[in-house]
Design a protein around this ligand. Structure first.
Ligand code: NAI
Length: 540
């Protein structure tokens, strides 16, 4: 064998996209010169899964399982995906929320091999060069974060890369996007998390965050380079903080096929689950009274989609807004509060609306007073504040409604507004509960974006959409709500996520056609055609 042949054999094993490990057949070993590099046993995908499962179960905690799965992904993509897809309810919490939270916090500790791209501020003039890599020729889906608001865990700097990696693993697992077609990107503009910067192991750029005009210019060159290099790519903005999340979405949604998962994906997930819930309670959407705790990206996104859904069901915009109340860190969101962020201005109530409220104190109106006066049928938490839905609040809510719908959406588990078992106890089992992360409590629905983003992405790509419209998210929400759940839960079980993604993709693609943003021939846009394009985790 020539030196080049030897090198090619090693490269085959080193590339997670081509490596089959012990599953290389004898014939393949012969052809590619792999004899000797592998032990003589020829295995199967099943036997490899069995081996990894045993190793996984022998580990001491989920964080180590997470690290183990990350390494597996970096050594053999098919095996990693086959393992994840074989037992999604077991694997999802390991590769995604809640464990991915710790994965981001301790990212530097478990750094092993490169995956995706780190576009750091000092490399701002090299973005086009970095993207020019021919290994990226097939990229169709990018998930990008700047690591500033990772789940409810705040600024994790470069460690935020755990999120794009995790989300894209789910794009492959649920929407069948080929692993060579996904690209996680971490925009490293520094971190304001001093603990990270001072950690000698920290792998990111040790600098306070770049902000303002310099940040904007950097993001502009990023978007321009992406649009130039990957025409038609779908880009998902993920875990950007506050104002940046809105600004980036609005600035670029017309230029790149893109959406913000925290704002729009959460909205469709929560609204879809709510639609499923109200089929149970029998009270129409137009008669619901909703209190949102935490009106940031997720909370306000949910509110806006709810307004849209209520309007589609016949309410005027003002009537819809009158049914939704937001509480944020300064209390009830009222229009006379100075410097309200724009997304909260849209949700603010007039102080005149509350003149006859009973109040427990003279200060800002908190959640308890809001609940006592609004008597909500639905309470949604997106605040990242653990325990914010205390017993007093929940009992006050439960006093006014037969089946309170309560969704503490914040992730990870350490940030959830309530433990679902408490919500059930305080409402004598009457509450219909959905949580962002899995708690393993029977009858509780996991209300997580994983029900929406893979399907939205797949539908947008399949239809060749020029834009991901709000109408496409509404279609996704309705499609999700229509699926309903099994037993007491509101959504299909995690085992059916692939089917859910396909179902949503079909609805999203049809909506793209209706709105005139699709570019493919409508005749080709069938459920079967979309399903046929979904990659399966099997060896070639
Ligand atoms: P964000 O930072 O944009 O919003 C958080 C909001 O909560 C802000 O408006 C903040 O002022 C408010 N807040 C903070 N402390 C508060 C307090 N003591 N009382 C009332 N409000 C307070 O973050 P984002 O993107 O909206 O996410 C919020 C949470 O929702 C996170 O924990 C995130 O993990 C979770 N989330 C869950 C999703 C799911 O699929 N279940 C999807 C997206 C987000």
């Amino acid at each position: 064998m020539s030196p080049a042949f030897h090198a090619a054999a090693r490269a085959l094993l080193a590339d997670p996209l081509t490596n089959k490990g012990t599953a290389f057949t004898n014939e393949e070993r012969e052809t590619f010169g792999l004899h000797g590099l592998l032990p003589p046993h020829v295995g199967t995908l099943d036997s490899q899964i069995e081996r990894r499962m045993r190793a996984l179960e022998g580990m001491k905690d989920d964080f180590h399982r997470y690290a183990f799965l990350r390494e597996l992904q970096d050594s053999n993509e098919v095996l990693f995906q086959a393992l994840v897809q074989r037992d999604l309810p077991r694997m999802l919490p390991l590769v995604y929320t809640p464990t991915v939270g710790e994965g981001c916090e301790r990212f530097s500790e478990i750094w092993r091999r490169p995956r995706g791209l780190f576009l750091s501020y000092p490399n701002r003039d090299r973005i086009a060069d970095i993207l020019a890599d021919p290994a990226l020729d097939r990229v169709k889906v990018i998930v990008v974060s700047d690591g500033e608001r990772i789940l409810g865990l705040g600024d994790q700097g470069a460690g935020g890369m755990g999120i794009p990696i995790g989300k894209l693993a789910l794009y492959t697992a649920c929407a069948g996007i080929h692993p060579a077609e996904v690209l996680p990107i971490l925009i490293d503009v520094g971190t304001d998390n001093a603990a990270r910067r001072e950690d000698p192991l920290y792998v990111g750029w040790r600098n306070p965050r770049i902000r303002g005009a310099e940040y904007d210019a950097f993001m502009e060159s990023f978007v321009a380079a992406v649009a130039d290099r990957f025409p038609g790519v779908l880009l998902q903005w993920e875990d950007f903080a506050g104002k940046n999340a809105y600004d980036l979405l609005e600035r670029y949604r017309g230029r790149l096929l893109s959406f913000n998962d925290d704002i729009q994906g959460t909205a469709a997930t929560a609204v879809g689950t709510l639609l499923s819930a109200i089929r149970r309670t029998g009270t129409p959407l137009t008669e619901q009274r909703v209190v949102l705790f935490g009106a940031g990206a997720a909370g306000s996104g949910v509110a806006e989609l709810l307004v849209r859904a209520m309007m589609a069901d016949g309410l005027a915009e003002a009537e819809a807004r009158a049914r939704i109340w937001a509480v944020d860190r300064d209390g009830l969101v009222l229009s006379d509060i100075p410097r309200l962020p724009p997304q909260q201005q849209a949700l603010a109530h007039d102080p005149a609306d509350i003149v006859d409220w009973t109040r427990t104190g003279a200060n800002a109106i908190g959640l308890l007073d809001t609940v006592a006066n609004v008597r909500p049928t639905v309470l949604i938490g997106a605040s990242g504040q653990m325990g914010a839905f205390g017993e007093g609040v929940i009992r006050a809510m439960a006093a006014g409604v037969a089946q309170p719908v309560i969704f503490p959406l914040s992730n990870p588990i350490s940030r959830a507004e309530a433990h679902p078992a408490d919500l059930l106890a305080w409402t004598d089992g009457r509450a219909i509960v959905g949580t962002g992360s899995p708690f393993g409590v029977a009858g509780v629905t996991q209300v997580n974006n994983v029900y929406i983003f893979p399907g939205v992405g797949l539908g947008a790509l399949a239809s060749g959409a020029r834009e991901v419209t709000d109408g496409m998210f509404m279609a996704a929400a309705r499609a999700l709500g229509a699926l309903g759940g099994e037993g007491a839960t509101l959504l299909p079980p995690i085992t059916r996520l692939r089917e859910v993604a396909l179902h949503i993709a079909v609805a999203v693609a049809r909506q793209a056609l209706v709105e005139g943003v699709a570019t493919v021939d409508p005749e080709t846009l069938t459920r079967e055609a979309i399903a046929a394009g979904m990659w399966e985790a099997t060896y070639p």
